[in-house]
Design a binder for this molecule. Structure first.
Ligand code: VG1
Ligand code: CO
Length: 543
């Protein structure tokens, strides 16, 4: 085994986005690409000498090769130990848990989350800090700066390391501990939820369909839902992680999880359906005949969390990303707890969770989680739902009807325009930004604008400020539209348009979402000229 120093040069564009660095897999496989970025992580965090790290990924194409490179680079730079999920697999929430449980200095997660996988699709690398959460902007900025000045990297030359067997081995002076990816995570879940009540629910004939979408959650869901909780064998479908996720988008929404939607809307629908994404941090929840939007799911979980043992003492606070609907705000108000509004991306919840200001957090993009780890957690949300259903004895439809009757309903939808020309998208946003201050007082499609701004966040814990986090336009009556460019795409730009309308008239709580939102959709088009700017007359994806 030899420790070698390889000369390299900065590679353009290695700036981490909303959640790590994501690129086409072939870009990551190109000469020095992964190596440069990993060395930049080491350099950006002050080196890894004597440190312990966690390593795992969602199993997508190149996951296994990348793990070998990262281990060899950790050893070359003097890391003391790397704890790796067997087969180099770990879901994002399980990785976060291991970082915390083993009190390590952080970890690397190999994933492009909900983006498709394969040689012609996407790959990604993300660094999480010692609290278990995604590196905050200060750290990702330091890593990016390191990518711009890199001249060499260290790596050891060695045979492939066998990651298929649980146990310890050494690579030079570094220990590699291969651990079962599921065990510790499953144990954590048992401390939070009433497994006894959920088991009784299943033994009473309650039927579940959990679609793991050929991604990382399969082994976790099978162990927890089928083996420990007694859901019928076969309740977890598409449970084996595949390098290309079976050719699908591992994105749990009604479009990409259409098969699950068809089952849940069909004549012999199970009682509860759920799906998760590539790396297991997102969730989709659907009852028999009723889809639950992520913003509503967050609100329902906040309102009912006390039914689970881990949250029996109540919540310290709630938090949501800015584009997420205000449904949870109403719950927080009723509970008398604080509700924070953060920029998009889980990294912004970290300080609130660490400081004990928030217990539950969520995003409209199907991410919910709590202070049990520092990532959003798909299976956690599913288990909390099951716990609530088991203890309340209600169906999903009944829970939603009760919730809306109590708090009113925030009709909500997100429209995505994908692969738009990056220049066109930037121009549209720039023009809109310049017009913001003049919008209040004007009417669009019959809706009067009350406020319009470019969202900036002042972190109440560390006082850091993040600007340009999305353009918000509010209308009379509490409706709003938000415009934002995605920070996770790998081709062109993705424009996200978030639409919301609040309704508390008891006779109007049962509308089709798109019907309820029609005036907001018309106003959004009139304000921004989306069709003219993007050349698209309809969104690619509506969730
Ligand atoms: C998207 C979502 C955001 C989420 C992020 C990572 O970001 O909108 O809410 O935190 O993906 O999710 P963007 O910048 O494309 O809008 V995941 O499951 O990729 O870790
Ligand atoms: Co994800």
């Amino acid at each position: 085994m030899e420790n070698i120093t390889v000369a390299t040069q900065p590679i353009e564009g290695q700036k981490p986005g909303t959640s790590g660095l994501r690129k086409k897999t072939r870009v990551f496989m190109g000469p020095h690409y992964l190596e440069n970025f990993v060395q930049a992580i080491w350099n950006g965090i002050g080196g890894v000498v004597g440190k312990t790290l966690i390593l795992g990924g969602d199993g997508r194409y190149f996951n296994d090769r990348a793990a070998q490179v990262i281990l060899r680079m950790a050893a070359a730079s003097g890391a003391a130990k790397v704890i790796v999920g067997q087969g180099a697999l770990l879901s994002t929430p399980a990785a976060s848990n291991l970082i915390r449980q083993h009190k390590t200095d952080g970890g690397i997660i190999m994933s492009a989350s909900h983006n498709p996988g394969g040689p012609d699709e996407d790959f990604g690398v993300k660094f999480n800090t010692s609290n278990g959460g995604p590196a905050p902007e200060e750290v990702t900025n330091a890593i990016f700066a390191a990518t711009e000045s890199i001249r060499e990297y260290q790596i050891v030359e060695t045979q492939d390391i066998d990651l298929s067997v649980v146990g310890n081995q050494t690579l030079g002076d570094m220990t590699i501990a291969v651990v079962d990816p599921v065990t510790d995570y499953a144990a954590l879940m048992e401390t939070l939820f009433d497994f006894h009540a959920i088991r009784a629910l299943f033994s009473g004939g309650f039927r579940l369909r959990f679609d793991a979408m050929h991604a990382i959650t399969g082994p976790y869901a099978t162990e927890i839902l089928e083996r420990r909780l007694g859901a019928a064998g076969g309740s977890v479908v598409n449970a084996t992680p595949l390098p290309d996720f079976g050719g699908g988008h591992p994105d749990p929404n009604p479009i990409w999880a259409k098969d699950l939607m068809d089952h849940m809307m069909g004549p012999d629908a199970p009682d509860f359906g759920a799906a998760s994404d590539g790396d297991g941090d997102r969730n989709m929840v659907v009852g028999r005949g009723i889809y639950v939007g992520p913003s509503d799911s967050l609100a329902v979980l906040a309102a009912n969390a006390h039914l689970a043992p881990g949250y029996a003492e109540g919540l310290m606070g709630a938090a949501r990303s800015m584009p997420t609907s205000g449904a949870v705000d109403r719950v927080a108000e009723a509970l008398g707890i604080a509700c924070y509004e953060t920029p998009t991306g889980w990294k912004f919840f970290g300080n609130l969770l660490d400081a004990g200001r928030a217990t539950i957090c969520g995003e409209e993009s199907a991410g919910t989680g709590s202070d049990h780890v520092r990532e959003k957690d798909g299976l956690w949300a599913v288990l909390l739902w099951l716990n609530i259903l088991a203890v309340s004895g209600k169906s999903v439809a009944e829970i939603m009807a009760d919730h809306w009757a109590t708090y009113g309903r925030n009709y909500y939808s997100r429209h995505d325009y994908e692969g738009v020309d990056a220049g066109d998208a930037a121009k549209m946003m720039a023009v809109l930004t310049s017009r913001l201050s003049g919008l209040p007082g004007q009417s669009f499609a019959g809706l009067a604008v009350t406020t319009a701004d470019d969202f900036a966040y002042n972190d109440p814990v560390d006082r850091s400020r993040s600007e340009h986090q999305g353009l918000r336009i509010e209308f009379e009556g509490g409706s709003r539209v938000v415009f934002r460019l995605s920070g996770t795409g790998t081709v062109g730009a993705t424009l996200r348009v978030y639409l919301e309308r609040y309704e508390d008239d008891p006779t109007l709580l049962d509308q089709e979402t798109m019907v309820a939102l029609a005036p907001i959709i018309a106003a959004a088009e009139e304000i921004a000229g989306i069709t003219a700017a993007t050349g698209r007359d309809a969104p690619d994806v509506m969730t």
